[in-house]
Design a protein around this ligand. Structure first.
Ligand SMILES: Cc1cc2nc3c(=O)[nH]c(=O)nc-3n(C[C@H](O)[C@H](O)[C@H](O)COP(=O)(O)O)c2cc1C
Length: 332
């Protein structure tokens, strides 16, 4: 029986336990997306305990960024990111970088241009309620290439893997959602078409990284909004992502945020992670309001998920993972 404190290897990456710090924007990046000492200290404080640290969503292109976000859009970002990976590695923990294009959530006063999205539909999370421009195929290809260049930089900066952000209403998630994507071309309509930007990006990343290099996907399994994306379609999309080369599905949801509306039971996206594990055979991370170490341990021992992410629990108490593992080890 596998337990929370057991090791796991994901291609070239070796995890000392099954706990993950999920990507969480900390607001400590510099004004040009650079790593700051404050940001490094923030992650150092959170690296004692989890088997893996996933760094917050980081913009791949200047046109797809938000205010105060961490960046990997230029080679100049590499040296700061290398300091960050060195710091986390000094704790004996591997680290993955989440790479993202914020799509039509960007505002023109930050990016200096009209934001872009799959279709001309205002993103409810756009602070200025700006109408985005529906992307041309050339612009789609530029985003794929930006994901590729960001991955090359992530490898150079020493990250042990990359995570393509496909959740929370950002660009890939907008393409996936029937609420934001009404395109008539091969990027709209069927689930195969709506996940095409993401699968093309993953396939292109796979061509430039080592075959043993882990590629994760933060996967929005449900929009959690009326008439939005639901599991029957998203499990088709997840399968296509895995076929394209995704090793780990970091399962989340919420087109307008990071949680379901209404009731939020402990492990609120664990059922979706469990379903996608069964449907795709991929390694999955379960998340959502987890505060009880026994809940986390049971989700692993019952084979529901492979890894458990503790977000706000770790922000509140950076010793959460360490204490949880110690408590479980004593009991067993
Ligand atoms: C302050 C904060 C920032 C977040 N930033 C990101 C992010 O950059 N990328 C992402 O995929 N999810 C982000 N999330 C969502 C978390 O990764 C996680 O899925 C969510 O908080 C649920 O887990 P929890 O209940 O254990 O906190 C963020 C959450 C919080 C609270």
């Amino acid at each position: 029986m596998t337990r929370l404190f057991d090791t796991l290897s994901i291609k070239s990456m070796n995890l000392k336990n099954r706990l993950v710090l999920p990507p969480m924007r900390c607001g400590k990046a510099g004004s040009n997306g650079e790593v700051t000492d404050d940001l490094i200290q923030h992650y150092l404080n959170l690296s004692d305990g989890p088997g893996l640290v996933i760094i917050e969503h980081t913009y791949i292109a200047d046109g797809g960024r938000s205010q105060g976000q961490l960046g990997i859009s230029h080679d100049q970002h590499i040296s700061g990111l290398s300091k960050l990976t060195n710091a986390i590695h000094s704790k004996g923990v591997p680290t993955v970088l989440q790479i993202n294009h914020v799509g039509s959530m960007a505002v023109s006063k930050v990016i200096g241009a009209q934001p872009v999205g799959p279709s001309a539909i205002v993103n409810p999370r756009n602070a200025d309620k700006e109408m985005p421009k529906a992307m041309t195929k050339t612009e789609i290809e530029e985003v794929v290439q930006a994901f590729v260049q960001a991955s090359i930089r992530a490898v150079k900066a020493g990250f042990d893997g990359v995570e393509v952000h496909c959740a929370h209403g950002y660009l890939n998630s907008e393409y996936m959602s029937p609420l934001a994507n009404i395109r008539q071309d091969e990027y709209g309509g069927s689930p195969e078409n709506r996940i095409r930007l993401a699968t093309e990006s993953v396939k292109a990343i796979r061509k430039v990284v080592d075959k043993d290099y882990p590629v994760f996907c933060r996967f929005g399994a449900r929009d959690c909004l009326p008439s939005g994306l639901e599991l029957p379609e998203s499990s088709v999309m997840a399968g296509l992502l895995v076929n394209a080369g995704v090793d780990v599905l970091d399962v989340s949801g919420g087109m307008g945020g990071i949680e379901p509306l209404g009731e939020k039971p402990q492990g609120f996206f664990v059922p979706e992670a469990e379903a996608l594990r069964k449907a795709t055979g991929a390694t999955v991370i379960g998340v959502g309001g987890i505060i009880d170490p026994n809940f986390a341990d049971e989700a692993i021992s019952k084979g529901r998920v492979d890894l458990i992410a503790i977000g706000r629990g770790m922000l509140k108490d950076p010793t959460w993972c360490k204490n949880a593992l110690a408590t479980l080890a004593i009991k067993s």
